[in-house]
Design a protein. Sequence first.
Length: 348
Amino acid sequence: MAATRVRIVTTVIQPADATRARAPWQVGLVGLGKIARDQHLPALTASADFEVVASADPLSALPHLPAFASLSAMLRDGPALDAVALCTPPQGRYALAAAALRAGKHVLLEKPPGLSLGELEQLNQLAMERQLTVFSAWHSRAAAAVAPAKAWLADRRIGSIRIDWREDVRQWHPGQQWIWQPGGLGVFDPGINALSILTELLEAPIRVDGCELWTPANRQTPIRASLEMHGPDELPIACGLDWTYPGEPRWDIELLTEDGRLRLEQGGNRMSLDGQPIEVGPEREYANLYRQFAALIASGQSLLDGRPLQLVSDALLLAERHAVAPFYDDPADAGQSFEASGAVAFPS
């Protein structure tokens, strides 16, 4: 019986052209939203492996670079490219990735890499046929504390795990509507970062046993979620996601082990053991991602990991759903906002 391939690592035959043999590779940046400007562009600008030579966005442009309204226009009329970095919303990203691969370009996919595991399977097949690299860039796995935490946990027994991932959607996704539409994931958009760290720390399969979702009446995707999961040997994993949390975000994962309580904070960029901080170095998530992308291109490999996406899909399939009061980007737009309704008490 064939295994379900939720983590796809493939090695392709090295082509005879120069696109794997040299750096810096010429890259086109597709989608110029907050994540592209805050993270991708600074990392690419500082990279010795890549040079940004064009951008594609229907509403925005970068100074001093050729700008195009679409990926197809950039591929047709733009400068020669070795790769593209897709920083668009996940809806429609599959079509963009497939077009780039068919045009002979290596592809980096911002998280989530697609809307389904089927999309990843097809992209992997297309990349293999074209002898190209496609990379699912789970940026939180590249956070400073994740690799040290994984190494520390390697020979220790974990008793339980709790994920507490809370932020203010108005601060981190101001005015963005795609997050509330089908495929936008809602609170799982930040929450999938926690699940990407979880599946990096635990390489054994994880199952979702229960989920509750709270969805505003005027939105398609949830604003809060609570998950019950189990890992190997029935390891209990509790996960709480909240998109209405005021002030500084809480992006924490706590693991109770036989040798103490290991805690990752700030999205995996800080680590402590029994309350004592452990030095893990500076935050370099996207710089690390682009180094990994360069290494994959040079070695003729692809890496598509759908495990975090599978956990979200399973949660949505199993969920008990609660309809709650509408949510507005500006609470002043309506007299009865989600926060003021008192419709649900989120579990602590």
